[in-house]
Design a protein around this ligand. Structure first.
Ligand code: NAD
Length: 361
């Protein structure tokens, strides 16, 4: 018999189909259309499968809160405000970010094949999830795909030399084809993604040094310091050279926030909102695919032939770890921390949705 409500178990495990079904049920329960629920659910599932639990089904709790608070406007249209042969500016009117980013990618892919490059900005957009998912699709269609987002509401990251939260984790992502697959660099410009702190917090684990300061600017390894009142802040990427991560983050705010029209330092948005910049290059407008493949075939063994440091068995390419994790998680399923599963079930129960049948204890 199916049950609604709380249920405790040791590290529940969900397979690919269960992860998707979980999100679809919750999103449909909140009123999302079938198409939009499927789009968001696929992005959350894929983030879990490649190992970024910070951007997986854990986000359902936050997204449902955003629906309840009116920050997600279900079913709102994706409006093109301006466009030319190689660019578009869109307003997502605060539908789910994954829905908007998918539409932005479709437009960019259409334009890039005709124009050689395509730039799409999206304003009034919610959290789009894992950037590498979109750029990977572009790379598999023969493009270099670049994407960045800022957090127009500011975020949890201190500026270089500062203590207070001023910046988002402002990720940057670049993907390029390699054979029939892709290389995907997908990284925050902060020392850690906020969602990774949340995962550690929910598991009751400490984090590595150098990622976080408490509200007085003291180094911390306790993720709870980020969620306390007054809260601590994540440091910019780069350790002793964090002026570089900070600089990248500021410039992402300028491009993704200001040029997109999303804004920065806004008090009227939740931290999860994104200003989106997508930039595609169709390789064959510049060099032949044969020439590209020739250099890539030479480059990869060249990189991998480096001697390795003690404890390192091989040189990996950007995005390779995610491909390996996906193979493993496709086979073994994804284990969710008990606290994450408890929160998801609580959220589902509030919507009158049954999900307890979807996890294997
Ligand atoms: P990460 O630190 O796990 O990985 C960063 C990059 O390093 C990846 O490209 C990965 O393939 C590569 N990498 C990892 N280990 C490697 C190794 N041993 N050798 C070579 N390369 C290696 O990622 P992150 O910075 O924590 O970001 C996590 C996710 O969070 C990303 O998918 C990002 O898009 C997402 N994110 C989204 C938002 C948003 O607002 N939508 C904000 C921040 C982050």
């Amino acid at each position: 018999m199916l049950r609604v409500g709380l249920h405790t178990s040791a590290m529940p495990t969900l397979n690919r189909a269960q992860l998707f079904e979980l999100s679809v049920r919750v999103l449909r329960g909140a009123g999302a259309s079938e198409v939009e629920a499927a789009c968001v659910a696929a992005e959350l599932r894929d983030a879990n499968l490649v190992g970024h639990d910070s951007h997986g089904v854990m986000r359902l709790v936050q997204y449902m809160q955003m629906v309840q608070d009116g920050h997600v406007q279900l079913g709102s249209r994706f409006e093109i405000l301006k466009e030319g042969p190689a660019f578009a500016l869109a307003d997502a009117h605060f539908n789910f970010g994954q829905v908007a980013a998918t539409q932005a990618l479709d437009i960019a892919l259409r334009k890039v094949k005709a124009a050689g490059t395509a730039t799409v900005f999206v304003r009034n957009c919610n959290h789009i999830g894992r950037l590498g998912s979109y750029t990977d699709r572009a790379a598999r269609q023969g493009c270099v795909g670049m994407m960045s987002v800022n957090s127009p509401a500011g975020g949890g990251v201190a500026p270089y030399g500062g203590i207070d939260r001023k910046l988002g984790t402002n990720p940057i992502c670049i993907a390029a084809p390699i054979g029939n697959e892709s290389l995907v660099l997908d990284m925050t410009t902060s020392a850690t993604a906020e969602g990774k702190l949340r995962v550690s917090h929910q598991k009751g684990e400490q984090i590595a040094p150098g990622l976080l300061i408490d509200h007085e600017g003291r180094p911390s390894t306790d993720p709870a310091d980020f969620y306390r009142d007054p809260p601590g802040a994540i440091l910019p990427l780069g350790g002793d050279m964090a002026h570089k991560g900070y600089g990248l983050s500021v410039m992402i705010d300028v491009v993704c926030g200001i040029v997109s029209g999303s804004g920065i330092a806004r008090a009227d948005l939740p931290r999860g909102a994104n200003g989106v910049w997508l930039y595609l290059i169709d390789i064959e407008h510049f060099i032949s695919r044969d020439e590209y493949d020739h250099w890539m075939a030479k480059y990869v063994p060249f990189l991998r032939s480096s001697r390795t440091l003690p404890g390192v068995s091989e040189i990996l390419l950007p995005g390779e770890i995610e491909v390996r994790r996906q193979k493993q998680r496709d086979a073994d399923g994804v284990k969710l921390p008990d606290e994450t599963w408890r929160q998801i079930q609580e959220t589902a129960a509030r919507l009158g949705v049954v999900v307890s049948d979807l996890a294997t204890p």
